[in-house]
Design a protein around this ligand. Structure first.
Ligand SMILES: [Zn+2]
Length: 161
């Protein structure tokens, strides 16, 4: 098992790099499909925003990151394991990832965005995912307009009026 993990490092890292560049992952696709199914409209991978959020809901001033439980360290999740070999390497890598996530999130919040994280393990039960997305995004969706590069302030004012 440990050997297997060791041998998959380069491949896993390549996948991670691809992911960082904005390539789609399966959990991401599930979240997009689910959001779409409940009538939410969004933009993808806005590279001008910190961390290139996976989904952007301009009129809700909300961005969504779909995070892998392993790479992004989903606290308390059973997928959030630490390989038994090269533990120091992995821990350093994890710290870097988590710090980067926090930095991006803080920046986004300062810019007026609400930041949601959907964990990979939350995408396994689509019904539950639908409920969560509805609760966090659905009820306050004022319009399904994709033209919005609306400023966060504008979006908030509109949703309150
Ligand atoms: Zn998880």
């Amino acid at each position: 098992m440990a050997n297997d993990l060791f041998q998959t490092v380069p491949e896993a890292r390549r996948r991670h790099m691809a992911r960082v560049k904005g390539k789609d992952t399966k959990p991401e696709k599930i979240v997009r499909q689910t959001a779409h199914a409940i009538g939410l409209r969004f933009r993808l991978h806005r590279r001008d925003l910190p961390g290139t959020p996976d989904m952007v809901f301009p009129r809700l001033s909300t961005v969504v990151f779909v995070h892998g439980c392993f790479w992004h360290r989903h606290s308390g999740c059973r997928r959030c394991t630490t390989p038994k070999t090269r533990t120091e390497f992995w821990n350093a890598k994890f710290v870097t990832n988590v710090e980067r996530d926090m930095r991006n999130s803080e920046q986004l919040v300062r810019m007026g965005w609400k930041v949601l994280v959907v964990w990979e393990c939350e995408t396994f039960d689509r019904d539950q995912l639908r409920v969560r997305l509805s609760n966090d995004l659905g009820s306050s969706q004022p319009r399904h307009d994709l033209d919005g590069n609306a400023s966060p302030t504008t979006a908030i004012l509109r949703s309150e009026s």
